[in-house]
Design a protein around this ligand. Structure first.
Ligand code: AMP
Length: 184
């Protein structure tokens, strides 16, 4: 269930820090180097699969786009379906949307209105690569519940812990992150 300190250190080393991307002052945590390593990618999916294999999850819900990378293999590994949450105007069928505040202006996440209709009282697990302020995840969890599933946990590979996202999520559901990193 728990992940060893050695594996955590290995995963931390496999994440590339890109300064000033996409704008000056942001330390971008690049997970392409992690998933490019078969050993690191497998360690993440094996660990999450072990954590959720007996949780009776019906759907893993991934946030565009890096949440798809971890969400799809995890769904297969635990015998769940996969549902995508996307930016506006990307999903082809009827959608529900949830807006959330950014530093300047708003953004929105959308999901198909029937994403969970195949299962009555579906249990969903939300996943993304990283949580910073928690705005994306908070809106996503509200959206999941609005279209009829119970979000039983939100999981992240990386928590930029000093940005306070976890506190927002803990008001809505259980929170789990594999790695805590200082966000600067
Ligand atoms: P937030 O809504 O502030 O929690 O931001 C989370 C979303 O933005 C996730 O989908 C992340 O992939 C992305 N993100 C935010 N900050 C970073 C960062 N420093 N490095 C990489 N991705 C980030």
């Amino acid at each position: 269930m728990s992940i060893s300190a050695e594996t955590k250190a290995f995963l931390l080393e496999s994440i590339r820090n890109v300064p000033d991307f996409p704008k000056v002052g942001v330390q971008f945590k690049d997970i392409t180097t992690l998933v490019g390593s078969p050993k690191a990618f497998k360690a993440v999916i094996d660990h999450l699969a072990d954590r959720y294999k007996n949780a009776n999850i019906d759907f893993v819900v991934g946030a565009e786009a890096r949440g798809f990378i971890f969400g799809a293999p995890l769904a297969l590994a635990i015998g769940a379906g996969f549902a995508p949450i996307r930016k506006p105007s990307k999903l082809p069928y009827t959608t529900a949307g949830e807006k959330y505040a950014l530093e300047y202006g708003f953004d929105e996440v959308q999901i198909h209105i029937d994403a969970f209709s195949a299962v009555k009282n579906a249990k969903a697990l939300f996943i993304d690569d990283l949580i910073a302020t928690g705005g994306t995840a908070e809106a996503s969890i509200r959206l999941i519940e609005r279209v009829g599933a119970k979000c039983v946990e939100a999981a992240f590979v990386i928590n930029l812990f000093d940005l306070g996202g976890a506190d927002k999520i803990k008001k809505l559901t259980n929170f789990y992150a594999i790695l805590d990193i200082e966000g600067d």
